[in-house]
Design a binder for this molecule. Sequence first.
Ligand code: GDP
Ligand code: MG
Length: 172
Amino acid sequence: SRDFRVVVLGSAGVGKSALVQRWVRGNFREAYLPTIEDTYRQALGCSHKAGALHITDTTGGRRYRGLQRLAIARGHAFILVYSVTKKQTLEELKPLYELIRQLKGNNPQKCPIILVGNKCDESHREVSEKEGAAYASEWNCAFLETSAKMNINVQELFQMLINFEKKPAAAT
Ligand code: GDP
Ligand code: MG
């Protein structure tokens, strides 16, 4: 099959599940429901006969490092999510970024990563857009600020992934 597996990673509470829910179901919940691991399957457009976009929504918890590692090993593209309201959540992405590079190699064409600063609707910020963009350029990856709550850049984020999937180099 031509399935394309996207893995969503980041600390607890940054809005990983909210982003996936927003895109898959079109809604938003204020309540926090801890995730262990959920997978979603979205059929891709008609140009992809049998393919689907698999989204693995992971947990940030230390107890689930094994699951995280397995999800990364099987992934084709990665969304690294932090919250612009909490600087620590950006710093916590570094070991995950390094694990992706370790398991998948250094070729950004073969293994696309999108750095996402979520909760950009919040007025209390600890991370500026400029600072997020600087991390992204250091890590050689794409960058977007999003809000699952206000539906900002969520379509753009997943469209970016679908575009990666269309490039043959990414489909290996
Ligand atoms: P996860 O642990 O990364 O999956 O985080 P969740 O998706 O469960 O979200 C954690 C909390 O942040 C919930 O209370 C959400 O309602 C809230 N949240 C998620 N996305 C946003 C957002 O874009 N803006 C704001 N203001 N809150 C958000
Ligand atoms: Mg979650």
